[in-house]
Design a protein around this ligand. Structure first.
Ligand code: SF4
Length: 343
């Protein structure tokens, strides 16, 4: 782990170093705050080296100014940036620039201290007729998988504890492809954190290198629900490959079985179909040249975003079939679940 000089001035930064030392992680103290990465010239080896590099840094004020993050939550709050896993459709390929190293933030208290100024200010849940009861929502999974980094940082546990202490209509949200929730189960969360499991059928697990098996994610979700947390499913990205109906049917049956008997189940569903941009496709094809993930134009259409860029989504007939399937099967298999959005 690379450690910048400024990171050492924060209690949380020093706590992360102590955790890293306890886990025998190699620590390199830098003379300043610049991350001078000595990556190999070969792009494949450079990717592998970057993915296995963690840097402990200080989030600058510009990163602590929150951005809206529709349709998930009012605001995006970053506890880190980057992820050590290797998903061949990873959305970070389109949103983060440069080598895919993971930056974890030492100034967590500063980040969390900035949140009260945003209460009641968002437009996704705060001012929504249907979702206002969720309060002001803060999404921690936009640029990272916070549970993947939890053994090293403890940042997610700290944030959950802070939301538990925060007697206000607020909610911390995170979604994950990891499963080590043991340290979260006993936290005094006061139901102000919603954990969602990001899942796909096991047949697509080959696209999700380095993540926890889907069965372990469902067990983690069940454990969190039984510890009183509101929970959710992020079914993403929904992939319309051959056999998708049977694969997703089996997945939903497994979810229903995992959640049987949970008291006060508060379950939301987010449905996100596979999409990519020309830019993210180019990055992903350079990172994962052998991937069987279909990013061709068959069954696709181009959609223009409100920011003027293009993304490739499934065409209308495919979208209709997928949506009808999920609405019908979720109503049958998980009747108490609440679909937050389809996209
Ligand atoms: Fe990207 Fe999520 Fe996979 Fe990490 S777990 S590589 S953030 S898709």
């Amino acid at each position: 782990m690379l450690v910048t000089r400024s990171a050492l001035t924060f209690d949380h930064g020093r706590a992360i170093i102590a955790r890293a030392e306890a886990q025998a992680v190699e620590i390199v103290l830098l003379n300043g705050d610049r991350l001078a990465l000595d990556l190999p010239d070969d792009p494949r080896r450079a990717y592998a080296a970057a993915k296995s590099t963690v840097a402990l840094v200080v989030a600058p004020p510009s990163k602590r100014r929150l951005q809206p993050i529709a349709p998930s939550a009012d605001w995006r709050v970053d506890l880190a940036e980057g992820c050590p896993a290797h998903c061949s459709y990873c959305y970070l390929a389109g949103s983060l620039k440069g080598p895919p190293i993971t930056r974890v933030y030492a100034n967590l208290d500063e980040i969390l201290d900035g949140l009260p100024a945003y209460v009641g200010q968002g437009s996704v849940t705060s001012r929504s007729r249907d979702r206002a009861h969720e309060g002001t929502t803060f999404e921690a999974s936009c640029y990272t998988d916070p549970l993947a980094l939890e053994p090293l940082t403890g940042s997610l546990s700290t944030a959950i504890g802070r939301f538990g202490d925060w007697d206000a209509p607020v909610q911390l949200r995170f979604t994950t492809k990891f499963a080590d929730v043991g340290p979260l189960l006993g936290l005094d969360h006061r139901r102000r954190t919603r954990m969602r499991a990001s899942i796909n059928p096991t047949t697509f697990a080959r696209f999700e290198g380095g993540t926890a098996p889907v069965a372990a994610r469902l067990k983690a979700l069940s454990d969190m629900a039984r510890a009183g947390y509101p929970i959710g499913l992020t079914i993403a990205p929904i992939i319309a490959a051959a056999g998708w109906r049977e694969a997703y049917e089996a997945l939903l049956v497994d979810v229903a079985a995992a959640l049987t008997g949970v008291a006060d189940l508060d379950l939301t569903i987010e449905l996100i179909t596979h999409r990519f941009t020309p830019g993210s496709k180019a990055v992903l094809e350079s990172w994962y040249p052998g991937s069987a993930l279909d990013m061709g134009m068959d069954g696709r259409t181009t959609k223009r975003t409100k920011f003027g860029s293009e993304k490739l989504v499934y065409d209308t007939p495919t979208m209709r079939s997928l949506r009808a399937f999920f609405e019908e099967r979720l109503a049958a298999l998980l009747p108490s679940a609440w679909i937050l959005y389809w996209t």
